[in-house]
Design a protein around this ligand. Sequence first.
Ligand code: BES
Ligand code: MN
Ligand code: ZN
Length: 497
Amino acid sequence: MKISVAQGSIQDSKDDTIIVNLFEGVTVPAGATGAVDQALGGAISELIANGDLTGKSGTVSVFYPREKLAAKRVLVVGLGKSEAFNLENVRKAAATGIKQARELNAVNVATIVHGAGIAGLPVDEAAQATIEGSVLGLYQYQAEKIKPNSKHKIESLTIVEFDPAKLSLIESGVRVGESIADGVTLARDLVNMPPNVATPTKMAKVAEKIANEHQMKITVGDRSWAAERNMGAFLAVAKGAGEPPKFIVLEHNANRDDLDTIVLVGKGITFDTGGISIKPSQNMGLMKSDMGGAAAVLGAMKVVGLLNIPLRVIGITPCTENMPDANAYRPADVIRASNGKTIEIISTDAEGRMVLADGLVYAASYSPRAVIDLATLTGACVVALGKGMAAGLFNTDDALRDKLVAAGKTTHERVWPLPLWDDYLKAIESDVADVKNSGGRMGGVATSAIFLKQFTDYAWAHIDIAGVAFSDKKQGYIHRGGTGFGVRLLIEFLRNW
Ligand code: BES
Ligand code: MN
Ligand code: ZN
């Protein structure tokens, strides 16, 4: 879909479909919706008066202008109540409108920026959110089928703005929104791919493409590369894997020592069977999403490249399957991570923290100002916060926490602080090693975080995305399957650093 910005009155648009909006409780529409209403001879206000059109969030009304306008149809999307209006409502409204346009086989769509009028949101942010909601609302995973079930495709989306003074802000917001949606799409695709396709090798290929397109430095470490660096924890998980493991490192502005360095680490378990501590077969297929953290980091690195973010950003994704195998690591094994610490294996299903341990140790070599890891780490996090609600956040630096919480509010990729008290260490004390890889059922989300802390020595935040990386419901711009959670959060965080 080609996206552009044009100055003008939306009622004069030559596109076949026009999208405007309405707040709940408005009886006489103003601005662009008012102008369209006038051009339609008052059809919109008539429907409001009749009670057929309410402006409630999630609603769309379709008007057929016949010869009154060049457009074939006008869509009025409900924005809900103006008091509680924010960027998330913009994204949802944009998704609702454009999905309806697609249902009606629209080819060329014109829309106004939602929220930049009487709602008074910053116009660039509203434009960005309008594009994010539109592009992500139309997202569809291209499944490999003989007969593709692809929906009708909209060819163009034009943002129309009457006020020339707002155009340049809208243009920059649109560019940012489009780039971010690109990164989210990549992350969603990787999670949605079957695990025999989104292998560690595939993850490395995707990273290589990002590196080539954006002049990033890339390292793809194989088993022997990891062995040279004493990454015993990563290699333990990879031992039973049939697919070759890849420890992937992307570096944006690799050689710039004048810029702050931020390291992003993503758990890249391309399929988590649990290993010898095998999971029940029911729903095991969902564990193709256990590389959601790595997908978010790769998606974010793509956006970092597209927007050429003025920071030194390092993306680290340790990728491997976790399989039961004659060669697999076992409960009771003692493993040495790359910082020398030994780990007693209690459960081979606590594999995410193993690969992250070596990822976090490796992150220190970049002398980072901050390290953020994203991981589908624990079922306990989902139990604590619920599905699709928020990611769990653990941090060793309060300023970093505040920045991430703020970015989560703006993007609606919410992160919720959870405790990282040293008291949790008791649960992972081992008789035979420095730590155990599982602290048991109680406080499972916190004991996983305190384990990870043993491998950090910098300002650090851990984000447990187990409950938000994969959705079984579709709503607004979220679809069943991979959500791409983390990409928008990380980019908002980096842009405000
Ligand atoms: N990948 C899972 C966690 C997970 C569960 C992600 C549900 C998404 C949805 C992780 O590797 C795992 O198996 N964790 C165990 C840890 C336990 C063995 C200490 C868990 O949560 O049960
Ligand atoms: Mn597991
Ligand atoms: Zn896992």
